[in-house]
Design a protein around this ligand. Structure first.
Ligand SMILES: [Zn+2]
Length: 223
């Protein structure tokens, strides 16, 4: 097998373990995929439940762009539809897709609330919107997530763009796997900070005035 593909399978195994360790996903779900040319490397079904995200590179599946398995022992993840849809729709912009049950992002998913940026490091992602409800594993969910990223191609090609599936978690597409992982961690931290402001400052407007002031201040530096 192609060394570039082997390298990506190794990276997916490594990032999966890191995400689990950092509570960026859980035993119940999440998945990671990276397109290499015309094939897609994808974490297998039960990566969390049966392997606690301790994958070997050989566990990572290699599939074609229609979802046919080419290499690897396990079954396709049930969220493969979302991964395929994003790779096939936004192939010009990015190569990596992460679905994450990230601890603090899940609070917003549970409350059906978008995540506005409240740190300079997340401004580039804009508001992470919640899509209309569709059941996990459905084609409607794949379509809703893909629609939410429409118009955000430049965010994907610069780093990443994401959307929240209500009661479920984050779906995000990035320029590459490093960029996508970094975005998941940044958005989760942003969500945590928002929750801490509620706890410690007692605000309920997501620091609207402070964000407006920040946006105005940053606007002065935009070219
Ligand atoms: Zn999930």
């Amino acid at each position: 097998m192609d060394t570039a593909i082997q390298q990506v399978r190794f990276q997916i195994a490594e990032i999966g373990a890191l995400m689990y360790d950092r509570q960026l996903t859980d035993a119940g779900g999440g998945n990671i995929s990276v397109r290499v040319g015309d094939v897609i490397c994808l974490s297998p079904r039960y990566s969390g439940q049966r392997k606690r995200w301790q994958l070997s590179p050989e566990d990572v599946l290699v599939i074609d762009r229609e979802g046919n398995k080419l290499e690897g022992k396990g079954d396709l993840s049930r969220e493969t539809k979302v991964h395929l849809k994003l790779h096939n729709t936004y192939a010009d912009s990015g190569t990596a897709v992460i679905h994450a049950h990230a601890q603090y992002i899940l609070v917003f998913a549970a409350m059906n609330r978008s995540i506005p940026p409240v740190l300079e490091q997340t401004v580039k992602f804009g508001d992470i919107q919640v899509v209309d409800y569709a059941p996990a594993h459905s084609q409607d969910l794949a379509d809703n997530i893909a629609n939410a990223l429409k118009g955000q191609e430049s965010r994907i090609s610069k780093q990443a763009a994401g959307a929240i599936a209500p009661w479920h978690g984050l779906f995000l597409m990035g320029k590459d796997l490093d960029m996508a992982y970094d975005a998941v961690e940044r958005i989760n931290t942003n969500a945590q900070i928002l929750l801490m402001t509620q706890q410690y400052l007692g605000t309920n407007d997501y620091l609207a005035a402070e964000r407006a002031a920040l946006a105005a201040a940053m606007g002065k530096y935009e070219k």
